[in-house]
Design a binder for this molecule. Structure first.
Ligand code: SF4
Length: 237
């Protein structure tokens, strides 16, 4: 596909429900689609939807080594309930080099060190997880952050060789997501009930106050336009 075809697809499917978007993705790529499951609200909804409908879409989790204990509990549960769920870890030698050179929590010292940590613990494992994939599925929603307002349901991901990136929940609100999870009885991270709308690594995520921006608890020491970990960079070549 080229970018014009993707734009036309986004226009044709504007406002379509997630299952219709997933079916279109499967029509384009009957094989090789993979869900990147962060175990957050949106990805648990998608994992449930995909497995319940028995769609031929693989699923994987990136274990950064710095997740909350509650997230590891959910991972174990999800592996039981929604198998197969592949887990990818960072390269041990890269983690050791970073920690031994800069320090375990060096990501607080500068944006560059934070991005370097995310590159080792998230971006490189994602590249491995997507090797051989025809496209990947994410739980991005347009109203999650200022960096996501212009997203469509379909994108071309040039950071991973121009493969298709599919965001089936792009038009869902947080309320839509919760309504689906509750109606379907999907297990969720208990931290969501303790003020964590968005959950990443434990040292880089905090609870937010009522009315705060949903992404305010991620890398809270940085300005909003920097609040991406590098997993969702798709800009053209
Ligand atoms: S979120 Fe924090 S701990 Fe996790 S990879 Fe990024 S900088 Fe490292």
């Amino acid at each position: 596909m080229n970018s014009f075809e993707v734009e036309a697809l986004n226009r044709r499917l504007a406002g379509a429900p997630p299952d219709v978007i997933l079916q279109e993705a499967l029509r384009l790529h009957p094989e090789g689609l993979r869900l990147a499951c962060s175990l957050g609200l949106e990805d648990m909804a998608l994992l449930h939807l995909i497995r319940r409908a028995e769609l031929p879409i693989g699923a994987f989790v990136l274990d950064t080594g710095r997740l909350h204990p509650e997230t590891y509990d959910l991972l174990a549960l999800a592996q039981d309930q929604y198998a197969p769920l592949q887990v990818h870890f960072p390269e041990a030698t890269a983690v050791e080099a970073y920690v031994n050179t800069e320090g375990l929590d060096a990501f607080r010292r500068s944006l560059a060190l934070r991005k370097a940590c995310c590159a080792i613990r998230k971006v490189e494992p994602l590249k491995r997880a997507l090797q051989g994939a025809s496209g990947w599925i994410t739980g991005l929603r347009r109203d999650q952050s200022p960096t996501r307002t212009g997203l469509g349901a379909f994108e071309l991901d040039w950071a991973h060789g121009g493969i298709l990136k599919v965001n089936p929940l792009i038009d869902w609100s947080l309320e839509d997501t919760w309504a689906y999870l509750k109606a379907q009885g999907v297990p969720v991270n208990p931290l969501h009930h303790q003020g964590y709308p968005s959950i990443g690594c434990a040292p880089c995520t905090r609870a937010i106050a009522p009315g705060e921006d949903p992404r305010a608890g991620r890398w809270w020491w940085e300005s909003p336009e920097h609040k991406e970990c590098g997993l969702h960079r798709v800009h053209g070549p």
